[in-house]
Design a protein around this ligand. Structure first.
Ligand SMILES: [Zn+2]
Length: 412
């Protein structure tokens, strides 16, 4: 098979500012060299002059609900029971394919219904369907009476929700984690607190210390990741201490929390885009509630540049498919981080690439453009480090997964 040689590249390697006039040589699924000029090009090589277009690593979206129905069937059924499981699998696969086409070659789950995620991951691995490199999630684990558990009338007496499972006591969490791991879930999602659009205050812990420790230990003993919806400082600090891998939302991320995150290397998905959208929507109906949401958001907007400066591993991802955020609008959060929060496009690109590969421990293979790495690459018209909107426009020139063009086309 001929090698692919990309010349006249503006390189955004996922780590550093752009460098123009690079040549990238790809052999099979791997990058074999990244250099200043074409060297050792062989007659059989396919040479593509990118005429100054940008090549960067594929991006990662790391808080993904594959089965969220994007407003379809809204309010008709409880979470995870909107459609039969087979239908939900079709929805999830369509969403994952959309993510790949928009340049997200890594997707990390944050909760999904009915065993759907592991099955799709298997189908992608088998080559039966196309899809991103996908870390499957499963049912979200909550305690009895948590907000997820109150979504449907108690007198229906359903044993569990379609996308949530109730656990009480450390043993129940251990069993639930092991059962999810057995079906192929690779990232467990816990509901540790309310807050961040889940009704209730940030400060109330809805899991005990022993439950949290048992869940984290069970996940790590099966060598899978564990993450938590955690908004209040006390719960965030406890989860960091007990070794959680990903804090979702992290609404009370003050200086002490930032220091603990930086020291331990714990990842954070701030996911501030969804509450921003909900606050805008709430404005007309309930200005007081909107103002309260804006105060919380402003705290995070002020904290994020400090966390970035401290070296916290911040990640992209949000509740796409939730009530007011549609799957496919993944680029919108890029604008939020750059335009509202004031993070530089280059830093957001690092969150989207290098950090995404690190959180799934694939940084030896993915996340940057360098010799020896797998060729999961985006070709973009223009330079996204100057204009993040170029990444948000949903249409990369080409998306390569393992050296193969899986969306768009290389020029010429
Ligand atoms: Zn979520």
């Amino acid at each position: 098979m001929s090698r692919l040689v990309l010349t006249n590249v503006n390189l955004l390697d996922g780590d550093s500012p752009p460098v123009s006039n690079r040549t990238i040589v790809i052999d099979g699924d791997r990058i074999v060299s990244v250099g200043s000029h074409p060297q050792g090009i062989e007659e059989a090589d396919r040479v593509v002059d990118l005429a100054g277009r940008t090549v960067m690593p594929g991006m990662a979206t790391c808080h993904y609900h594959s089965t969220y129905p994007s407003g379809m069937h809204e309010g008709v059924a409880p979470y995870g029971y909107e459609y039969p499981p087979g239908y939900q699998a079709l929805i999830a696969h369509r969403n994952l394919l959309t993510a790949l086409e928009q340049g997200y070659t890594i997707v990390v789950g944050a909760g999904a219904a009915c065993d759907v995620d592991p099955a799709i991951r298997q189908a992608i691995d088998d080559g039966f369907v196309q899809g991103p490199r996908f870390t499957p999630s499963g049912r979200e684990l909550s305690t009895t009476g948590h907000a997820n558990d109150l979504l449907l009338p108690w007198y229906w007496r359903l044993p569990t929700l379609g996308a949530a499972r109730n656990c009480d006591g450390p043993e129940a969490f251990t069993l639930a984690v092991r059962e999810e791991a057995k079906i192929g879930v690779e990232v467990i999602k816990l509901f540790v607190t309310r807050g961040h659009l889940v009704p209730g205050g940030n400060e109330v812990m809805e899991m005990t210390r022993d439950e949290l420790a048992a869940a984290i230990d069970a996940a790590h003993s099966r060598q899978i990741l564990i993450r938590g919806h955690i908004t209040g400082k006390r719960a965030i600090m406890l989860a960091i201490e007990l070794g959680i891998d990903i804090v979702d939302h992290c609404d009370e991320m003050d200086d002490e929390v930032i220091a603990a995150l930086a020291e331990t290397g714990t990842s954070v998905v701030p996911s501030v885009h969804y509450p921003k959208v909900v606050a805008e929507f709430t404005e007309a109906r309930d200005p007081d509630a909107a103002a309260e949401m804006r105060r919380g958001l402003q705290f995070m907007f002020d904290a994020l540049p400090k966390a970035e400066a401290a070296g916290v591993r911040l990640l992209l991802g949000d509740d796409y498919g939730g009530l007011r955020l549609r799957h496919g609008d993944y680029g919108d959060e890029l604008h939020t981080y750059v335009d509202d929060v004031g993070i530089s496009p280059l830093a957001v690109i690092k969150w989207a690439t290098r950090h995404g590969a690190e959180v799934i421990s694939r940084n030896d293979d993915l996340g940057t453009v360098a010799a020896g790495k797998i060729a999961d690459l985006l070709v973009i018209d223009g330079d996204p480090s100057l204009d993040i909107g170029l990444l948000a426009d949903k249409n990369p020139v080409a998306v390569l997964k393992g050296g193969e063009v899986v969306s768009g086309a290389l020029p010429g």
